[in-house]
Each structure stands twice: as C-alpha cells, then as structure tokens.
Design a binder for this molecule. Structure first.
Ligand code: SF4
Length: 399
C-alpha cells in the first residue's frame, strides 16, 4: 500500500516553491474571522494568495519551514484546526447553497457540523486516508456526483439515502440520524479493509460489504441521481425565503488576501459565513437582494456566468511544482484571454498526474514538447501557440 502523502496544516508538503499546507474547511465553510486569518497568513507567510482546491479546502504555499508552527498556532486559535489527530480526514463536501437554493430538501450545514464532530470524537477514524471523502447533498445533486466515498442524499425532507461509493445499497435514515449513519459507514469501511485501502471504490465489493456490516442495507439501485450539470453557483442567486446569495468565480482558484478580506466583509452581512465550493468558486448567502446586487461588482472577482474564467482549472504547474513541464497557469490564462466561455470544463496539468482534475473536463496536459489535448475525440499534440482554437473547440465538444 502506498503511503498517504496528503498534506495537512501539520504535515506540509514540500513543493518546489516551498512548503504547502492544506487547511480543511468541512462543507467549504469559513467564518469571516477565519477567512481574515487565512488572508493574513497568506500575506505574512505565503505568496499573498489562498489556493482553493477541488474539495473546497484551501492551501497556503511557498511557506518557509520556520513559519509552519506559527501558521498552525493561528489556525488553531481561530478554530480552523480543531483536531491534530483528525485534521487530514475532515474532507466533507456539501452543497454550497446549503439547502437554501432551488432543489434544496434539507439544510446541510448542521449535518456537516455534526458529521465533523462525530468524526473527531472517534479516535479510530483518524486512520482514514486523507483521500477519503464525504459529501452532503442538499437535494440539488450538485455534490452527489463528485465521487465521494460516502454521500448523504435526501430523497425527501424526511428520508435520507446513504450512497456507498455512489452505489445505493438501500440504506435509508431520518435526517436526525444521517451524520451518525455516515460515521458508522466510515467505521465499517475501516473494519472491512484489511490492507490499508484508501477509498471505498477500491475495496473489492466494498459498498455491499459495508452495507452488510451496517446490517441494515439490501442491495438495490433505486436512487437515480439526475446527471450532474456543470454550473457552479455564480452571480445573483435567489434563495428560498426571499434572501439572495452572491457567487463569484476565482480565476484558477487563486484568491488574493485582499479579495478574501472583501469576501469576509460581505460574509458578516449575510449568515456569518463564506462558502468555498468544489468548483473553486466562492459564495455568500443570506443577503437582502439590494445588498447582494450591490456587492456583485464590489468583490473584484468575475460574477458573470458567461465569464471566460468559468470552468477553467489548472494545477500548480511550473515553477511551483517540481514535476511540472510547463507554466500551465500562465498558458491557461493566455488561452482564456483569447477565448470565450466553453461549454465543458477544462483542466490544465503540468504533468500526467493531473492533480485536482474535475470529472468530465477536457484535459490539457503538458508533455515537455507542447500540450496534449484529450477529449472525446482522442489525444492530439499542440504547441502552446496553437492551443487557443483547439481548446475552445474541444470545450464545445467539437474537438
Ligand atoms: S499535475 Fe503534475 S505538475 Fe501539476 S501539480 Fe500535480 S504533480 Fe505537479
């Protein structure tokens, strides 16, 4: 079994540009105070930016070795590092609108909080891999299709299905018992895996074995999830109850300290929270419509759905990652400048590992001798100069 090298706040990753720490944000949630702390840390110790990840966590990079203890102490002081033993396993995706948007059938924030708390209270669960992933979907099916090991999905406001590696094994629970069932399933996974397997999908017959161990499931395939549609919540968004949310794109997932501070200010106006989404966007809800409309242009981030930055992802690339064969962020930004919004997401990677690639994305991979563009039509090699038209066509499904 390979060693799980997922970075954390207490276990930095050594990248080419310095140490990288990853801070888990269960449900993608940060309070305004926590976001300001992160912004301060980015300014003082990092490169002035927070990196948003595909699991709605944040990273600080380019840290010096002697700053790591101070960073951890300040994260702990603001509540972002509540458990040293469990910090890397607190990977919980949640629907960014939290149940307040269209399709919402239950409010997911309390479920995320309970799940996080129950996980931290169980010493054995510190043994999960940093890659093990929970998802709590509000019924809009926005995070249910993101490949989590354990997904809570509401069939109605009263009945929650627990999906095991995306498979419906007939597990049903009332909302009040949902977090406990997910934690029980994680424990069952640990009991079933004999060889340190990281993910439920990699365990032979994993979903059925976990369901049997929970002794309540029978294999069925009754939950038919609607197809996940790639449409991150961006712009002015109506919430049930008459409030509104503001969603913004974060180009290439890099949020500057100044932008984070502005978002924190907006978060104070809403529900006292800022949400990072798995699509590397940000969202603040619970706002009066006029306030939300006014802030659309004050954030300093793209808030138009047809922005060419929508659906454009890139790994760290050169010079930040030693494995990178190109400065993919610069090349992706150049192509964005020359094209409009694409229908399909695109992911630029500096090498074949393709860290952080979202499902269904057109793949643009550096080879050291130009880029390979991989889509439904196969794989073709291009020089950086030839890329814009090819990537644009591939994102329209016309590669
Ligand atoms: S995909 Fe390759 S170049 Fe990009 S961050 Fe991962 S290892 Fe580094």
């Amino acid at each position: 079994v390979r060693q799980d090298a997922c970075p954390g706040a207490l276990r930095p990753h050594e990248a080419a540009d310095g140490l990288l720490v990853r801070v888990r944000l269960p449900g993608g949630l940060a309070t305004p105070t926590q976001l300001v702390t992160l912004a301060d840390l980015a300014s003082e110790f990092s490169d002035g930016h927070l990196e948003l990840t595909s699991r709605a966590n944040v990273q600080l990079r380019a840290l010096a070795a002697d700053s790591v203890d101070e960073v951890a102490a300040r994260l702990t002081a603001c509540g972002l590092l509540p458990s040293a033993s469990h910090e890397r396993v607190r990977n919980i995706l949640a629907s960014p609108m939290g149940g307040h948007g269209p399709g919402g059938r239950w409010l997911v924030r309390p479920v995320v909080a309970e799940l996080d708390e129950r996980m931290r209270a169980d010493p054995a669960l510190a043994g999960l891999s940093g890659r093990f992933l929970f998802a709590v979907d509000d019924g809009s099916c926005d995070v249910a299709g993101l490949g989590a090991d354990l997904t809570l999905y509401p069939l109605s406001g009263n009945e929650i299905a627990l999906l095991l590696a995306g498979v419906d094994c007939g597990l049903r629970v009332a909302p009040a018992g949902a977090a406990a069932l997910a934690v029980a399933a994680a424990s069952a996974f640990l009991a079933e895996r004999a060889d340190g397997t990281w993910r439920l999908a990699d365990l032979v017959d994993g979903p059925a074995r976990v369901a049997r161990r929970l002794a309540r499931g029978q294999v069925s395939l009754s939950v038919q999830l609607p197809d996940s549609v790639f449409e991150p919540p961006v712009g002015l968004l109506a919430e049930t109850g008459g409030t509104h949310a503001v969603g913004a794109l974060v180009p290439l997932g890099r949020l500057s300290s100044a932008q984070a501070e502005t978002l924190a200010e907006l978060g104070e106006t809403g529900r006292g929270e800022v949400v990072v989404t798995p699509w590397r966007t940000v969202l603040v809800g619970g706002l009066a419509k006029t306030t939300a409309a006014e802030w659309l242009s004050r954030l300093g981030l793209p808030t138009e759905r047809d922005s060419p930055w929508a659906g454009v992802f890139a790994c760290a690339g050169r010079p930040r990652c030693a494995k990178a064969l190109a400065d993919v962020r610069a090349d992706a930004a150049e192509v964005v400048r020359r094209t409009g919004r694409g229908a399909l997401p695109v992911h630029w990677a500096g090498c074949d590992r393709q860290c952080g690639k979202p499902a269904g994305a057109v793949e643009v991979v550096a080879t050291g001798n130009g880029y390979e563009v991989r889509d439904g039509d196969g794989t073709r090699l291009f020089s950086a100069a030839e890329l814009a038209a090819t990537v644009a066509a591939a994102r329209e499904g016309m590669g």
